[in-house]
Design a protein around this ligand. Sequence first.
Ligand code: P1T
Length: 436
Amino acid sequence: MNGCSRSPWIHLRTVLDRYHFSFKRLNTPRVNAPMKRCKSSRKDMLNQRPLARHIIMRFSTKAIHAGQDPDPATGSVTVPVYLTSTYMQVKPGREGKYVYSRTANPTRNALEQSLAALEDGKVGLAFSSGLAATTTVLMLLQKGDHVVAGDDIYGGTYRLFDQVLRNYGLQFTYVDPRSPDKVEKAVRKNTKLIWIETPTNPLMRVVDIRAISKIAKKNHAMIVVDNTFASPYLQNPLKLGADISVHSTTKYLGGHSDLIGGAAITADADTGKRLKFLQNAVGAVPGPLDCWLVLRGIKTLAVRMDRHNSNAKQISEFLLKQPKVDQVYYPGLSDHPQRDIVKRQMRGYGGMLSFELKGGFRECEKLLTKLSIFTLAESLGGVESLIEHPASMTHASIPRQRRLEKGIKDTLIRMSVGIEDVEDLVEDLRRGFKGL
Ligand code: P1T
């Protein structure tokens, strides 16, 4: 203790001040008096430090500092985990910024500020999973509204659209979004939203966000981009005309395969307000500990992505030379069909790739069970390398015929290349291919 009297009111005020809680009507001489006596306390000095949020920062600096000022109450350099469901109120009906943690929580608030900063948006919102973010975004629509969606999307997103939201009166048309013409032709009078993923899961196709945004604007529809595969480090959809950028924070943003989370970010204040309402009304919010884990992951996003990028590039080149490999899909390859778009809208290629193996399911099974460093598992974006078989795993919810029509063959294998030593990854694959 520094000798100052530590009224609980002062403590509450100091903490809530940080989150712009207004005390206009609560100020009383009793509360203010001890503050004067503590003029030069450590706490006051911390409060006088210029806040990082007022400074223009580059990406890696933002990833470490945006939304993450040291805690003014204690000086804690990392954002505290506010494990609380509710907040004391000073009088009935006099609500502060924090009332109940479904509505807002300081740890989640820090994450939401960080997400908004990384995507150059105004409003960032965190959700309990990527699909929770997607569901909440789709709640912006009304019964009878039509959605044009990319035809190569995460299987769970397709399942949500086709087996859940369709039952609530939403209509969906799936098109190949690499062709803006096809997207435009699919637009109807009641089209309210265009949904794309880029790069796509699992075929690594790249969609021209700017071109699709123009079509959306022309037709008064919203465009939403699932930016999970690229992460904000490699691509910022809002800057290319998208209305909302969606993420499964389970992946690169979290980065360590230790949480499930989602995010939606917008640069439009009105859309942000509507989404914020829905976030609270629908209630698919993450807990504070998961928010903290995402915040910690975000701090190393830039360095991790650089390594994912260089490892995946080397693995894709290794795969190209394998006689048992038919096709390699990776945006970093010079013969990727949308190479010019990749160069225009991405700042790197990421850690995801897929390839087709010669033979059939048996060969896939053989390879997938012979690896020691690549782990056979769903998900992606973590520090460890994962490998999976979309037809029987991540995209099994898409009927086989439809899957084959869209190019997801039974011999397709998808990799999330981690940040291990690339030589070890190559050797692991070499051992796997040997026995085929
Ligand atoms: O799993 P969840 O956090 O709900 O995120 C869903 C999701 C959304 N968007 C994309 C592009 C995704 O890849 C995912 C989840 N994907 C996997 C689990 C996977 O292995 O592909």
